[in-house]
Ligand binder design. Structure first.
Ligand SMILES: Nc1ncnc2c1ncn2[C@@H]1O[C@H](COP(=O)(O)OP(=O)(O)OP(=O)(O)O)[C@@H](O)[C@H]1O
Ligand SMILES: [Mg+2]
Length: 288
């Protein structure tokens, strides 16, 4: 049984001529332990997909199963409980409470769970330690850097030991170094057995994923399984475009130049071997 399963899920906003199709009959399954990067242009439905999977939003049509349970059959309190116990959310804008210290922000979800103050403190402290912020326990959000603030948000998302981490552009407001820190942390969470879904506009960050989904117009246009540590092929091609030359051409170019140098004459550019060029992956045949 898949952890996450969507069958022809659509999400529509508005009415009549003003209807906005945020998700268009999306069918997909995500197994436990995957680390999925979701990419695609602004407005293509990434956050909507995350919100449906995270039970923050209802599909307009189609079925969503979480751990085999059909979401449409869940009452609002069951949804809230599943959200609290199974899913940890991380957002671009951190969403910490400014008047609470780091430890109190992290401990907040435990309060809703009815844990004693001592237990809350102990668990929250351990979480801050896990994200490397034990020396910032009593700092307020405005006293932390962006990267540290996001790490507190990650600690808070982890405090209930959720099965699924959903991170919607977790590095969207961070510089390169802080982004790396946050992604290393997410990678570690993934390594410890959690299922991680993250949205990003940065193809470089697909290195941390075992699978990359590329969305367009509310649909998943490309879905690629890949090894950890490499940039998704499709993500790379979409963002950077097709490479201009083939490696063989470059080698041929260099050797032509060297031969010409030996003969002391101007090098002729070798004819491009169009047949040998890498095939484009821009085919639109992905999951729908
Ligand atoms: N509450 C809402 N009411 C009306 N339309 C909405 C609502 N939420 C999202 N939409 C529309 O649904 C579409 C998908 O939005 P979504 O936020 O999922 O995009 P996104 O891929 O996350 O974009 P971004 O990269 O900018 O965050 C957009 O056209 C958006 O305008
Ligand atoms: Mg979004």
């Amino acid at each position: 049984m898949a952890l996450i399963e969507l069958k022809d899920v659509s999400k529509l906003y508005g009415f009549g001529d003003a209807t906005n199709v945020a998700l268009d009959e999306v069918t997909l399954t995500i197994e436990k332990g995957e680390c999925v990067a979701v990419m695609g242009p602004s407005g293509c439905g990434k956050s909507t997909l995350m919100n449906v999977i995270g039970l923050l939003d209802h599909p307009s049509h189609g079925d969503y199963y979480l751990n085999g349970r059909r979401s449409a059959r869940l009452g609002s309190s069951q949804r809230a409980k599943l959200r609290r116990d199974k899913i940890g959310f991380i957002f671009q804008s951190f969403n910490l409470l400014g008047r609470l210290t780091a430890i109190d922000n992290v401990a907040l979800p435990l309060l809703y769970k009815g844990k004693s103050p001592l237990a809350r403190h102990k668990i929250a402290r351990a979480m801050l330690e896990r994200v490397g912020l034990h020396d910032r326990t009593y700092y307020y959000p405005h006293q932390l850097s962006g990267g540290q603030t996001q790490c507190v948000a990650i600690a808070r998302a982890l405090v209930n030991d959720p099965e699924i981490i959903i991170a919607d552009e977790p590095t969207g407001n961070l510089d390169t170094e802080s982004s790396r820190l946050v992604m290393e942390l997410l990678a570690e969470i993934h390594k410890s057995g959690n299922t991680v879904l993250f949205v990003t506009h940065n193809p470089e960050l697909t290195r941390y994923a075992t699978r990359v989904m590329y969305m367009q117009d509310g649909m998943i246009k490309h879905d690629e399984q890949k090894p950890l540590g490499v940039v998704g092929r499709y993500a790379h091609t979409v963002i950077y475009g097709e490479p201009e030359s083939h490696e063989d051409d470059d080698i041929a170019g260099v050797s032509a130049l060297m031969k010409a140098r030996e003969r002391n004459e101007p090098a002729e550019k070798p004819a491009r071997k169009t047949t040998k060029r890498r095939k484009t992956t821009k085919k639109r045949g992905g999951t729908k």
